[in-house]
Structure formats: structure tokens, C-alpha cells
Design a binder for this molecule. Structure first.
Ligand code: CP
Length: 306
């Protein structure tokens, strides 16, 4: 039942056996989420703090709900309203919270590598809820779980990740997880959105969306991370939509089924049109449900539930 990892900093280097165990556990927790009473006593007596230094809707609520479903005590911390504004450092903040006897810390932070840094300050289990442009492991786990649910297996599946790969932590975590499980991965976007040297991770690069869609069984559409990029990487949003937007017309011209994922938040009318996001091929809201189950699995396996 034990994972080889003790913390979840990212999916880089996480072995296939650990990923398989996380998904098996997550599918069991999906059944709990379908029950009238959606709660198990698994993490009773454990205390988990959710530290969010960046905005979040899905990840934050999903972690909090997963902790409550497992009967853990949860504490939520937002950077705004904390003593960080009085000059307190991240190290002092974390050490003070840990002194209150926390078993696990879930953290979202804008600095890449910040989740791993925490392990130098405290002995708690650390779970990365997104660190800058680096990794967002539980998002990739829920994406891959949703693909596993849809297709039965990941090995041999063709997955295209489309959009602003360069600024996306979701893309990197998906690449590591999908490759570990034997999927074929293509990255598609304008050249300015494709990181230099990313081919070394064993992915194909495509600059034409229609070519990527022909390749793909499933496509994961990413928003343009405007908060993380400088100006001038694309000429205009209108041109981006014309070249890389998932429109109904594009989908109809494809003449084959395609599974559409999006980690959210969606920018309707840019990377995806409303009728595609809400249409039959979209599994976006299944992803959100699987997010609670996969976070329950990660917490259970790392925090030591019974
Ligand atoms: N997918 C995701 O991380 O969404 P939030 O930023 O709303 O948490």
C-alpha cells in the first residue's frame, strides 16, 4: 500500500507503480463520492493546512473537499490577510504553522520549486498544488484518471496538449505522467509557446492544430497564461483563436471522435468555443469530479490513512 514517494512535489520521476496505485485508490474513492454520505474516517485526527499564495477555484476547493471527505481537520491560509504583508518570510510562516502540529501542507505558490523548498523547513508531508510554471501534479493526475476512465488504459493513447505550453505547469506534469504510463504525447501551439528543447522529454512538436487533432485520441486545451508571460508572444487573441482555437467547425471537419479536456479556468472564445466546452466530446466536468477523488487518494496514501 505504500508509495515510493513521501511527498508530491511533481510527477517527474514518479514511477508507474506509484501512479497505478494512486489511480486504483482514486477509483475506490470515486465510489465513496457517489454515496449519500460522502465521508470516510480515514484521516481522522490528521491536520492538513492548505496554503494558497496564488488565486485558485478548483484546486483549493477540491483539496479542501477531499480532506473533509476523509475526515481530516483542515486549515486554510491565504497570503492576503496574513502576516506576509508585515514582512514575514515563507520560512517563518511555514515553521509557525508547523509548530501548531500540522501533518501535511498543500501549497500553491508562484515560485517554481517552492514546494520542494518547504521540506527543508518542516517534517510534514508536502503536496504541490501548483508552483509557478513548474508542475501541478494533482491536475495531471486528475486529467490522466479521466482519460483512464474514458479509454480504459493510457498505454498507446495519443494525447495532444495544445496552447501555452511554455508557461504551463499542467503541461509539464501531464507530460511526465503520460509518458511514464506509455502514452504518445504531442505538444501543439505557436513556436513562441513551445519551450526550447522540450523534445528531449520524448514528445512530438506540432505547430498545426489540425495535424495535432488528426494524431490525437484526446486533446488537453490550455489557456494562455497571460499573468505569466510578457507581451508580444502572439500577435492577437483573434489570430490565436483562428489558428489554435477549438471551434465546432474544426471538430465537425475532423470526422472522428475526440475527447476534449481542459484544466480550467476556461477562456471561452479563445482556446475553446462555448459549444465545444459544453458539448458531447467534452469531459471537463468529469475532470473536476475526478479531481476530488484523486486528491483523496494522494492524501490517503501520503498522510498515512487507515
Ligand atoms: N486547474 C486549476 O488549477 O484551476 P484553479 O487555478 O482554479 O485551481
Amino acid at each position: 500500500m505504500n508509495l515510493s514517494i513521501k511527498h508530491l512535489y511533481g510527477l517527474e520521476g514518479v514511477p508507474k507503480e506509484d501512479l497505478t496505485q494512486i489511480f486504483d485508490t482514486a477509483f475506490s474513492f470515486r465510489e465513496v463520492l457517489e454515496r449519500p454520505i460522502k465521508r470516510v474516517p480515514t484521516l481522522q485526527g490528521k491536520t492538513i493546512v492548505n496554503l494558497f499564495f496564488e488565486n485558485s477555484t478548483r484546486t483549493r476547493i477540491s483539496f479542501e473537499l477531499a480532506e473533509k471527505r476523509l475526515s481530516a481537520d483542515t486549515v486554510n491560509f491565504s497570503a492576503s490577510g496574513s502576516s506576509l504583508s508585515k514582512g514575514e518570510s515563507l520560512k517563518d510562516t511555514i515553521q509557525n504553522l508547523y509548530a501548531m502540529k500540522m501533518d501535511a501542507i498543500v501549497m500553491r505558490h508562484p515560485v517554481p520549486g517552492s514546494a520542494k523548498l518547504l521540506s527543508q523547513f518542516v517534517n510534514a508531508v508536502i503536496i504541490n498544488a501548483g508552483d509557478g510554471t513548474h508542475e501541478h501534479p494533482t491536475q495531471a493526475l486528475l486529467d490522466i484518471m479521466s482519460l483512464k476512465e474514458k479509454f480504459g488504459k493510457i498505454e498507446g493513447l495519443n494525447v495532444a496538449i495544445v496552447g501555452d505550453i511554455r508557461h504551463s505547469r499542467v503541461a509539464l506534469s501531464n507530460i511526465f505522467g503520460l509518458k511514464a504510463l506509455g502514452a504518445n504525447v504531442a505538444l501543439c501551439g505557436p513556436p513562441t509557446f513551445i519551450p526550447y528543447g522540450v523534445e528531449s522529454l520524448g514528445v512530438k512538436i506540432m505547430y498545426n492544430l489540425d495535424e495535432a487533432l488528426q494524431f490525437a485520441d484526446a486533446v488537453n486545451l490550455l489557456r494562455i497564461q497571460r499573468e505569466r508571460q510578457g507581451k508580444g508572444l502572439i500577435p492577437s487573441l483573434r489570430e490565436y483563436r483562428n489558428l489554435y482555437g477549438m471551434t465546432r467547425e474544426r471538430l465537425e471537419n475532423l470526422k472522428k471522435p475526440l475527447t476534449i479536456l481542459h484544466p480550467g479556468p476556461i477562456n471561452r472564445g479563445v482556446e475553446i468555443d462555448s459549444d465545444v466546452a459544453d458539448g458531447d466530446y467534452s469531459i471537463i466536468l468529469h475532470q473536476v469530479l475526478n479531481g476530488v477523488a484523486v486528491r483523496m487518494a494522494v492524501l490517503f496514501l501520503l498522510v498515512g490513512g487507515k
